[in-house]
Design a binder for this molecule. Sequence first.
Ligand SMILES: *Cc1c(COP(=O)(O)O)cnc(C)c1O
Length: 378
Amino acid sequence: MNSKIWLSSPHMGGGEQKFINQAFDANWIAPLGPNVNGFEKDLENYLGEGKKVAALSSGTSAIHIALVLAGVERDDEVLCQSFTFSASANPITYQGANPIFIDSEEDTWNMCPNHLEKAVQDRISRGKKPKAIIVVHLYGMPANMDVICKIAKKYDIVLIEDAAEALGSTYKNQQCGTFGDYGILSFNGNKIITTSGGGALICKTEEQKSKAVFLATQARDNAPHYQHSEIGYNYRMSNVLAGIGRGQMEVLNKHIALRQQMNQFYKELFKNTDGVKVFSETNSVYYSNHWLSCVLIDENIAGFSREELRLHLLEFNIESRPLWKPMHLQPVFEKCSFYGDGASEKIFKKGLCLPSGSNLNDDERLRITNAVTVFIRK
Ligand SMILES: *Cc1c(COP(=O)(O)O)cnc(C)c1O
């Protein structure tokens, strides 16, 4: 049997070991140190816009800290894109607050500005103004940021951008994660760059970053003994893992180009297949890192379903996966309010993620081509 072709697997660039060795040589095996500072600087330089970055233990913890900084408390309401991975919404519940889910628009698959504004107005008319908005750049595709930022500003609501899947994606040439009051990144093993596990909070000011680091290191007051006036968390990134991040930053742009080539590869592969559409930018204001390449399969036209294609690829030891199941359809969130018209549910039912790693080689692409071609001919 051929080896498994994964959806997205870690791809080391070669420089990572050097930074890890520096951490060992200096005995900086702690959740702070030169690699943490260096990795944060690398990210700040890459993102631009004068942003400050705090390296944390995960993207999920970064969202949690963003919500704490936004002042989200028990029984507050937070508007969150429904079409996403559960980690976007879970931290809302850590604060005892209630997620309210917003449907997607067809072009970007991300938060629909119309449903967002309807939800804001409806919640206000019920006597409760939402405390924050969490917008996601899913699969690396930037959301419709002009309109979403305008709505957040108009109603004076904190905007948090979940750019976990979108490092290097841009909207009107500005990096995703730098539009909101806060942005978050993930360096989990399957993301475009990885520290095995890790994340980052993107802030506007040094004060916000200091507060985030303070909260992420158990909220210790300035005293010789351990003194605490606030509840803290253990969310800081390890100096060893930040070393992996510094090495990964050296190859980020190369990895983005390779993922974009995978998207082109699928466009070519499916170009004569009616009913199969490769998800791509609909307008040049959007620039996706194409973290994962996805297709929408219209069963009535294509003559096969996304599940039939998935099972066929599996026989060839090729991994593919349905899209994220929207949060308003998840059992755990069934009691939450939802504003939408079924767009994300439709996308979910038709969509499939295909192997997209920057480390896929010509042999593996040939295996994918052959497997798909055999299937389409059937
Ligand atoms: C991966 C991911 C997260 C969470 O990041 P972790 O580092 O795994 O905690 C959040 N949101 C989205 C959209 C993600 O894909």
